[in-house]
Write a protein that binds this ligand. Sequence first.
Ligand code: FAD
Length: 519
Amino acid sequence: NIFFLKFFIILFLSCIATRFNFCLSNIPSSLKTLPLVGHLSFDELSLTKASRDFGNRYQYHPMAILYPNSVSDIANTIKHIWNMGHSSHLTVAARGHGHSLSGQAQTHGGIVINMESLKVYEMNVDVIGNDSPYIDVSGGELWINILHESLRYGLTPRSWTDYLHLTVGGTLSNAGVSGQAFKHGPQISNVQQLEIVTGTGEVVNCSKDQNGELFHSVLGGLGQFGIITRARILLEPAPSMVKWIRVLYSDFTAFTNDQERLISEENAFDYIEGFVIINRTGLLNNWRSSFNPQDPLQATHFKSDGKTLFCLELAKYFNFQEMDIVNQEVERHLSHLNYIQSTLFQTEVTYVEFLDRVHVSEIKLRSKGLWDVPHPWLNLFIPKSKIHSFAQLVFGNILTQTSNGPVLIYPVNKSKWDNRTSVVIPDEDIFYLVAFLSSADTSSNGSDSLEHILSQNKRILEVCERANLGVKQYLPQYNTQDEWRAHFGTHWEGFRQRKFVYDPFAILAPGQRIFQKTI
Ligand code: FAD
């Protein structure tokens, strides 16, 4: 009897192994028969590249990379996997520019779609009627290219991220937030139409009025409901120049009062952000970006003396002929603010220089080998009513010695966000984005080591939880479905149901670790 039992166990296990190997060994050949205009790559170099991201902490090795040359390449590939049903373990990750933080655009053993190679849609600006001009772009297009193309028509997108070497599909899957969001909302509030390939391989056009449920699901949807292959982005007339201003506060209340007042006045400034300066001694004009102020002597001599300071960053767009009026307006608005009077730093740059400012830092950091390091970033949305408690707990206690990168802090108006989209935000009229944009030193054991920064992030999340601050993660990073359920709160059931409709086998964006494909 024992002999038979052993025999059956071995038989059973070898059947499973054979079936698994069968799947693995046959999938490439079945994929190779797909009718593609582009191509699939199985070469090790491409696979290794697709298993990396900006966060530099997670690495999932895919089985193949699809370089699509048409939307049907994407649709056929997904449909093929969909038709395999539960017998296949294959998943699909759209990869924009791979600037995720913890493997969100990766898949273990699945297919990565290199969205940047989808160039079927020539960027197309429509200025007819001029009421609401727009540009149609591929989902894999970089924002920097969209800027240059729309500027050829004297136009520009209205809402940005701080860094433009990101793709449309990647930022629309999150939200796309920067200093213009108080006025125009995030990037997901500035899209008119999308073309989507769903998790069943169907190609669907959608907008607020046509297939609205899919349209809203995909915006801020973390890649869960479909792949964005085309987007229609709203444009406005482009300015040529930007007045770029920084002023400092030592009093957090004065800082946030001014920020909140400014975001309630739509025409005062075009961009409003802010950041925290922790324990920096010496002169402050050694800014960590392309900001190069032409200041009066007084400002360049300001010393921070190690205090925690809060920097309000403002921008006003203008064209040359409006220079005098703009100067007067800016002066008038600044005169109502309560910053430390000797700390007005300002400069004028071209519109492109302003928007592409982080790229200047990227070039500097790359030349020093400091760009491809681990980035344990933590991004939070914090309700306005809790921002003071947050500051006290975090800037006053946890982050007292130093920060390992910029710490951004600025408010936005909830009225500019569409609550039908998938992104999760606090339920208050004004909420803050606080972003800890840390870089880790892999050779360090000290306060800039990856372990130290990760444990600091954990402490920040824990104090927020304990103090019940109603904080929501932006660019969220969780590992279990329970954590995701808590993140979505009352929106979880809706999110889960939408997943069931548009990607029932959980083929898409497995790197978010929200749903797992069942086989
Ligand atoms: P990826 O990292 O490649 O993808 C992100 C997610 O979207 C993945 O789940 C992926 O599967 C999915 N995805 C990608 N393309 C598509 C598509 N076409 N259709 C459907 N799903 C898709 N964010 C802000 O909001 N504001 C900022 O100011 C800002 N600044 C940043 C600065 C830097 C230096 C960096 C590195 C990131 C910044 N981000 C900012 C975050 C950025 O928006 C996200 O990391 C975004 O996901 C990166 O876009 P990507 O094109 O590299 O996408």
